[in-house]
Design a binder for this molecule. Structure first.
Ligand code: NAD
Length: 496
């Protein structure tokens, strides 16, 4: 069932049932308060379900349960090879249920179902990779004299709270929970209030795979209620966060106000994509530049939202970008041919439209899009502004929507200065055939990742994360396991 048609997806969507309760202590249950919130399909405006709205008492119960599980040791002290087996079983269950999981994300947040299926492949690959890593990591024996044996052991941290956003609901979840669980921690997941449904289905699959009681729990609800309670908890040892820079800053404060828990942040971006005149195949580069911003409706942390083009090719290149964007119009997310879907909700939709209005007011030149599409649902077409500067809101702020800001430059120096003129540092791209220039510019870009002659390249082996106000964490690769484990130094005196 690798390729399904539009009508198949519609049929499957119509017959889907939703788990809406929190998953605490191996049991699905309503929030202690009985409160719920609405899950709305942004492509139709229809109510999908009412979901348990957890708050501090639910967080407290889940934290106690997670701590008890960690202390019992059924997972934390289990041989890594056995944890691996259970996590590989979870990945197999996800694979078997990938159409349902993909559909849940599509209905909940509006992305095209073909994108959701790609996310599922990424999520499953991440769980398999981290599971496979964990029984291949060795501790260390430190160099000492004969009077001692000195060991450096790696141990799980304890209770990890993973707080994730809505733009890649299940994939961002996997990037956090896979290494955290593999390392032996108890994990409490707080999905975004805009996309809780796939996380709750995942909880059932984790139970079925044999993840022990209290080791993986899911608390749907709002950031300022249950998210904040987890972040302030004295019994949570680590916050693994993906989301906005603003909330990331709050989480660091909560850690300081409570128990100095570790805080790993994967935050926002305003990523520069630099096109030098010497790059090869302008048509191809233009298609990539358009995909870099319009994929996932622009709701991507590493969206190539600032396109920096050498002035000598700027007009010709923009024409090609406009042509590529023309073929990326939004459509029904259940149609596997749709390239873009709906914006996640009305708030985000209005926010994006507001940025577009400011772009026009501040004097940028609107070259494509700009108008919302007829409802129902929240659809915005690919929008391109030329003549943007860093002082304009659309050139500076993370819009998180399908809005491309084009800047012109005349020299390499100027391009690098423009690229780095942002508080963010998540991703950057450059297109050129000159290897000297490629390496010179790559080293000078303030960015956690640099894509050369591609955009968004990478696989499970590559760390993913930012510098500056894009955060301090690294998802994926074996480096992410380091974040969810601690070093214990053991000095064993000998011979006496
Ligand atoms: P957000 O910061 O509003 O919310 C993220 C999560 O934090 C949600 O689960 C939310 O409920 C929770 N939250 C909000 N306030 C909280 C509080 N006071 N205490 C505890 N939790 C709280 O972000 P969003 O709108 O869901 O996602 C979009 C943002 O995520 C963008 O800035 C985007 O760049 C970023 N993002 C970054 C990456 C990355 O890897 N760097 C990946 C995807 C998204």
């Amino acid at each position: 069932m690798s390729h399904k048609m539009h009508a198949d997806w519609q049929r499957m969507a119509a017959s889907l049932t939703f788990e809406t309760r929190a998953f605490i202590d191996d049991t699905f249950a309503e929030a202690a308060s009985g409160e719920t919130f609405e899950a709305i399909n942004p492509a139709t405006g229809e109510l999908l379900a009412r979901v348990a709205s957890c708050d501090a008492p639910d967080a407290e119960r889940a934290v106690q349960c997670a701590r008890a599980a960690f202390t019992r040791g059924e997972w934390s002290r289990l041989a890594p090879g056995k944890r691996k087996k259970i996590l590989l079983g979870l990945a197999d269950l996800m694979e078997a249920n990938k159409h349902e999981l993909a559909l849940l994300d599509t209905l909940d947040m509006g992305k095209p179902v073909s994108s959701s299926l790609g996310d599922m492949a990424g999520a499953i690959a991440c769980i398999r990779y981290q599971a496979e890593c964990i029984d291949k990591l060795y501790g260390e024996v430190a160099p000492t004299g004969e009077e001692a044996l000195a060991l450096v052991l790696r141990e799980p941290l304890g209770v990890v709270a993973a707080i994730v956003p809505w733009n890649f609901p299940l994939m961002m979840t996997a990037w956090k929970i896979a290494p955290a669980l593999a390392a032996g921690n108890s994990v409490i997941l707080k999905p975004s209030e805009k996309s809780p449904l796939s996380a709750l289905r995942l909880a059932a699959l984790a139970r079925e795979a044999g993840v022990p009681r209290g080791v993986f729990q899911v608390l749907p609800g709002f950031g300022h209620t249950v998210g904040k309670a987890l972040a302030l908890s004295m019994e949570v040892d680590c916050l693994a966060f993906t989301g906005s820079t603003q909330v990331g800053k709050q989480l660091m404060q909560y850690a300081g106000q409570s128990n100095l828990k570790r805080v790993y942040l994967e935050c926002g971006g305003k990523s520069p994509n630099i096109v030098f005149a010497d790059c090869r195949n302008l048509d191809k580069v233009a298609r990539h530049a358009a995909t870099a911003i319009f994929h996932n409706q622009g709701e991507v942390c590493i969206a190539g939202s600032r396109l920096l083009v050498e002035n000598s090719i700027r007009e010709a290149f923009i024409e090609k970008v406009l042509k590529a964007a023309e073929g990326m119009q939004p459509g029904d997310p259940l149609d596997p041919e749709s390239f873009m879907g709906a914006i996640v909700d009305e708030t985000q939709y209005r926010r994006v439209l507001d940025f577009i209005r400011q772009g026009v007011e501040e004097g940028a030149q609107l070259r494509a899009g700009g108008q919302s599409l007829e409802g129902p649902g929240f659809f915005i077409p690919p929008t391109v502004f030329d003549g943007v500067t860093s002082s304009m809101a659309i050139g500076r702020e993370e819009i998180f929507g399908p809005v491309l800001a084009v800047f012109g430059f005349d020299s390499e120096e100027e391009a690098v200065a423009m690229a780095n003129d942002t508080p963010y540092g998540l991703a950057a791209g450059l297109w050129s055939q000159d290897i000297d220039r490629i390496m010179r510019v790559t080293r000078r870009l303030q960015s956690g990742q640099v894509f050369v002659n591609n955009w968004a390249g990478g696989d499970q082996t590559m760390p993913f994360g930012g510098v500056k106000q894009s955060g301090n964490g690294r998802d994926k690769s074996h480096h992410s396991l380091e974040e969810y484990s601690d070093l214990k130094s053991v000095w064993i005196a000998l011979g006496g």
